[in-house]
Design a protein. Structure first.
Length: 199
């Protein structure tokens, strides 16, 4: 898991009905919302709970607020962390998390998947040009940051901006390698020193 808070706090639930559609992009089931000929786009990377209704609601809101294409690829192929694993307080639950991290959530492999999605999406929506951003939730934020490091250049590859909410596993060297503006939206539960204490 990305932080202690992620391993202890169950996901919020929602009965939201998404407004977008699903398409296959770079071999991945992908949620798509936005204008037909977008001028800007965001690849939204979910957290370990996958294509949850509240994540898709956020994608719908981003699309509406920015008049942008927002796509949410299913990097995990439908296999997500289960709320029953929380809190991760038994050997069985810890083993389930460890297996998930190895098999679905390995960071380097998912950075490569993101780059493949960016290339395919750029070809599908040429009206966006190079105006692509990437935003990740918790685990997805680490993937977003790494994709915006030293190799963030070239046609069909570049991201112009990145961000994360509920950052997980971010390191100082990740920030130092960034080549674009990045917003990091953290809370006390995810970054304890935000409450003024040292940590």
């Amino acid at each position: 898991m990305a932080s202690d808070a992620c391993a202890q706090i169950p996901p919020a639930s929602s009965d939201y009905n998404p407004k977008g559609i699903y398409e296959t992009i770079a071999g991945l089931k992908t949620y798509v919302i936005g204008p037909q000929s977008p001028q800007r786009a965001i690849i939204d990377i979910y957290d370990v709970f996958g294509l949850a209704p509240q994540t898709l609601q956020g994608a719908d809101r981003l699309s509406t607020a920015l008049n942008a294409l927002v796509i949410v690829p299913d990097f995990f192929g439908g296999v997500y962390v289960q709320p029953a694993w929380l809190p991760a307080d038994t050997d069985e639950k810890k083993a389930a998390f460890a297996k998930f991290q190895r098999e679905q959530a390995a960071i380097p492999e998912n950075v490569e998947k993101l780059i493949e999605v960016r290339k395919a999406a750029g070809e599908k929506w040429p009206s966006v040009g190079d105006r692509w951003g990437v935003f990740g939730l918790c685990w997805g934020g680490k993937v977003a940051v790494l994709a915006c490091g030293k190799d963030n250049n070239g046609p069909g590859r570049v991201f112009k901006v990145s961000g994360t909410a509920h950052p997980g596993r971010l390191a100082a060297e990740d920030a130092e390698a960034l080549t674009v503006p990045h917003i990091c939206l953290a809370s006390r539960d995810h970054v304890p020193w935000l409450d003024g204490s040292k940590g």
